[in-house]
Design a protein around this ligand. Structure first.
Ligand SMILES: [Zn+2]
Length: 136
């Protein structure tokens, strides 16, 4: 019984960590329940928020006015594409990616060279900067 409660508790923790990062609570919760809470927590900890993925892609010049990387094969595809011409995956209605500038402006983050500056503090990764900006 205690093992069951611990399993459930740590699975909830994995879901909570994931949802704090903007990822799916249920996805990580169910992953933990069926595989292992430890695995779920590790996966949640190393997961990147959808925003971070967008920002990193934008920062690398992969998201442009007309194209973005396919979420499955990473080849550039047109923004409005419903099916990837490279890997043939049906994309349906992907949310429009925001440019790096738009996301940074929303959180009041300034970019200084390769640094992300929040309230006078510089961060190497956009994820850290967004985490800090959310605390303000
Ligand atoms: Zn593709």
């Amino acid at each position: 019984m205690e093992i069951f409660l611990g399993w459930l508790g740590f699975s909830l923790l994995a879901g909570w960590i994931a949802s704090n990062k903007g990822n799916s609570f249920w996805g990580y919760f169910l992953l933990s329940i069926f595989l292992s809470p430890l695995l779920g927590i590790i996966a949640a900890l190393v997961s990147k928020s959808p925003e971070t993925v967008n920002i990193e892609a934008a920062a690398k010049g992969k998201i442009t006015e007309t194209h973005r990387p396919c979420p499955f094969c990473a080849e550039p595809i047109r923004l409005a594409a419903k099916k990837c011409p490279h890997c043939q995956t049906e994309l349906g209605d992907l949310p429009m990616p925001e440019s790096e500038a738009a996301v940074l402006a929303r959180y009041g983050i300034n970019k200084n060279g390769n640094w992300y500056v929040v309230a006078g503090q510089s961060y190497a990764s956009p994820e850290e900067a967004i985490t800090e900006a959310k605390k303000l």
